[in-house]
Design a protein around this ligand. Structure first.
Ligand code: GLY
Length: 337
C-alpha cells in the first residue's frame, strides 16, 4: 500500500507536508459540517430527515428547510404547528410562518386560516410578490389564488381540547419542559399538553448557503388576531448568509421585545459562538423580569455560516435535533436556570 509520505516524496512535496496536513484537516472539518440541518425540539428529527433528503442530494438549503417545516405542519398529532394545531379562543386555527434565505430574501404569513402548509405560502410570498408579509384574509386569498388547497385545520382532538379549555377559559402561557422525548408539564393544558412549541429549522447546504424557516399555530387559545414572533423578521427567524442563522421557540411576545433571532445573529457577527449568542439573547429576555419567571420558556437555536450550531433556553428541558453526514442526534441545550 502506498503510504501518504511515499506519495508526497514521489511528488517531491515532502517540504510541504505540514501545510498539506493542515489543508487536509480543514477539508475534513468542512466536509463534516456541510451540509447540516438543525431544528427546535426533538420532533425536529422528522423535519430534519425530510430536509436531509434534499441536502444529501446536493439540494439547496431553502428547499430543505421548506421540506422540513412541512412535516410537522402535516402532522395532526402536533398541536402547535399546522394541521391539528390548537385553535384560538374563538375556535379558529390561525398559522404564522416565515422563510428566509442567505441573500436576505424573505416571505411570511400571519394569522393564515384553512391552508396547512403556511411555510410554502410564505415562500410563495417571497418569490411571487414584491412584499414580505401577508396576513389574515389577504394571506388566505393569495394562497387560494396560488392554488393551495383549502382545508379545515381543526381536528377532532384539537376541538376537544378547545372545548375542555372553554370550561375555565384560563389563558396562561406554560413553559415547555421536554426530557427524554417526553413532555411533562405541571399545571398544563387539557390532556397534559404543552401549549406552544414552534418549529424553527436552519440549514447549511453543500454549496455553503444558509436558509431558515419557522412555522407555528402559535399560543393555544390566544386572542383572535394575535401574531407571535414566528412570521416577524428578526424575531422568530433571521438569516445572514455571511454570518449565520437563528430561530426561536417559546413565548413569542418575549422574543418580539428583543428582536431575538436578529440579536443572536448580530452577536455571532461580533464573534460569539452560536451557543453564547443564544445565551446572551436569553439573558436579555430574563433581565426584563425582576424575579425568575417559571411560567415562561424561550429558547433559541443558531447555525453559523461555517456550520457550528448551538442552542440555549431560559428554563431547563429544551432540546434541538441535528442532522449531519455523521447521523442524527438530539442536543439538550443548556439553560439559564
Ligand atoms: N413562538 C411562537 C409563538 O409565540 O407564537
Amino acid at each position: 500500500m502506498l503510504l501518504r509520505r511515499d506519495l508526497l516524496r514521489m511528488l517531491g512535496l515532502s517540504a510541504a507536508l505540514p501545510s498539506l496536513a493542515a489543508a487536509a484537516r480543514a477539508v475534513d472539518v468542512a466536509e463534516t459540517r456541510r451540509p447540516v440541518v438543525i431544528s427546535t425540539w426533538t420532533f425536529g428529527e422528522a423535519a430534519n430527515a425530510a430536509a436531509w433528503d434534499v441536502l444529501a442530494d446536493g439540494g439547496a438549503a431553502l428547499d430543505a428547510v421548506e421540506a422540513g417545516a412541512r412535516v410537522p405542519e402535516a402532522d395532526p398529532d402536533n398541536h402547535s404547528v399546522g394541521l391539528g394545531g390548537y385553535p384560538d379562543r374563538d375556535g379558529r386555527v390561525t398559522l404564522d410562518a416565515s422563510i428566509m434565505d442567505h441573500a436576505g430574501n424573505l416571505g411570511a404569513v400571519a394569522c393564515l386560516e384553512d391552508v396547512v402548509h403556511a411555510v410554502s405560502v410564505a415562500r410563495r410570498v417571497m418569490e411571487k410578490t414584491p412584499h414580505v408579509l401577508l396576513v389574515g384574509e389577504g394571506a388566505l386569498g393569495f394562497a387560494l389564488a396560488e392554488g393551495f388547497p383549502r382545508q379545515n385545520l381543526l381536528t377532532p382532538a384539537a376541538e376537544h381540547a378547545w372545548r375542555e379549555w372553554l370550561q375555565t377559559a384560563r389563558y396562561a402561557p406554560q413553559p415547555n419542559i421536554e426530557r427524554s422525548n417526553r413532555y411533562s408539564l405541571p399545571d398544563a393544558l387539557p390532556g397534559g399538553e404543552r401549549n406552544h412549541d414552534t418549529i424553527g429549522i436552519l440549514a447549511l447546504d453543500r454549496g455553503g448557503h444558509l436558509a431558515g424557516a419557522c412555522t407555528t399555530s402559535g399560543m393555544a387559545f390566544k386572542l383572535h388576531g394575535r401574531v407571535g414572533d414566528s412570521p416577524i423578521s428578526g424575531a422568530g427567524l433571521f438569516v445572514d448568509g455571511e454570518v449565520g442563522a437563528a430561530s426561536a421557540t417559546g413565548v413569542g411576545e418575549e422574543c418580539l421585545r428583543v428582536c431575538g433571532s436578529h440579536t443572536v445573529v448580530e452577536l455571532m457577527r461580533q464573534g460569539r459562538s452560536p451557543e453564547q449568542a443564544c445565551r446572551e439573547a436569553v439573558e436579555r429576555i430574563a433581565r426584563r423580569h425582576r424575579t425568575p419567571r417559571k411560567d415562561l420558556q424561550m429558547a433559541f437555536v443558531a447555525l453559523s455560516a461555517d456550520g457550528r450550531h448551538g442552542g440555549y433556553s431560559l428554563q431547563p428541558g429544551f432540546a434541538y435535533a441535528v442532522r449531519t453526514s455523521a447521523g442524527t442526534r438530539q442536543v439538550e441545550a443548556p439553560s439559564l436556570t
